[in-house]
Design a protein around this ligand. Structure first.
Ligand code: ADP
Length: 266
């Protein structure tokens, strides 16, 4: 799609020329399309648990009114649905907050080593529950300029995903978490030995609400926004997110961030 402006140019004594300027509208259309899709997806994601909640309220007010066993069961499902809605709204708000601050680069000096170690501690019970060992290789004193909560979110989302989707089919294989300085950058990576994803999905994984298997994601409490949040945080920190994955071989998510040069303190 192009938008064209035609302006006549006249020089005395010469034939009239025309200046044609064209502006590419493809990008504008794409952005508009994404916005429309996003609103439709978000509404649908919120509408589903809401419909289920309303259904249970009606059942509790009607047929199940005097059935204590049914009431307890329905209330616990309603609680789960409400929690799902809360997670979704929290993720939508996080994403919107990060987007609003995209042009401001956060600059607090954050000890990424300590931060990742802390996130690993909080996720150890989940790893044990899923019977996945965590293998750590964290270089000490890796400091990056950034926003502590957002950087924690990167580690949390990537490790949680590896624990949710990275279960190996051949017995317990570890999720490998590493952090190292490479020149003026810090490289954080999470590798799993799970089923991996087919090549065609890889470029789309960071799109909002894109899931390879929506049923599995929902069953594991996913909102479909985790990697979109990771990508936005990485971009705000002027870093890069790399994804490698192959069916049957597992996945590798690698985040490269500008680091603070310890020798010069900048
Ligand atoms: P979700 O809330 O669905 O987990 P994410 O944005 O975090 O949303 O991830 C999007 C999709 O990417 C997931 O639904 C899953 O299909 C896929 N995915 C993410 N991490 C992995 C992984 N480590 N292994 C395989 N698939 C993954």
């Amino acid at each position: 799609w192009f938008e064209a402006h035609i302006a006549p140019i006249r020089f005395p004594g010469y034939a009239t020329a025309a200046m044609i300027s064209m502006r590419d509208l493809t990008e504008a259309h794409r952005v508009e399309r994404m916005r429309v899709d996003f609103v439709a997806n978000a509404s649908h994601e919120l509408r589903t648990p809401l419909a289920s909640l309303l259904g249970f309220v009606e059942t509790l007010q009607g047929p199940a009114k005097n059935d204590p066993a049914a009431r307890d069961k329905f209330l616990s499902i309603m609680r789960e649905q409400a929690q799902r809605m809360a997670r979704l709204v929290d993720d939508l708000l996080s994403l919107s907050r990060i987007e609003q601050h995209m042009h401001v680069r956060p600059a607090e000096a954050v000890d990424l080593t300590m931060l990742v170690a802390h996130i690993v501690d909080t996720l150890t019970p989940m790893a044990e529950e899923n019977n996945i060992p965590l293998a750590l290789d964290l270089e000490p004193n890796v400091i990056v300029p950034g926003d502590r909560d957002e950087l924690a979110r990167i580690a949390e989302n990537l490790i949680e995903n590896a624990l949710k989707y990275g279960q190996s089919e051949n017995g317990p294989e570890p999720v490998e978490i590493s952090l190292a300085r490479k020149g003026v950058t810090a490289v954080f990576s999470v590798r799993d030995h799970g089923p991996g994803v087919a090549q065609e999905h890889i470029p789309r994984l960071t799109e909002r609400f894109y899931r390879v298997d929506a049923g599995k994601s929902r069953a594991k409490g996913g909102t479909g926004l985790g990697l979109a949040i990771v990508k936005h945080i990485v971009l705000r920190h002027r870093g890069r997110l790399g994804i490698e994955s192959a069916l049957g071989e597992g996945s590798l998510f690698r985040v490269t961030l500008p680091a603070i040069d310890q020798a010069q303190g900048k």
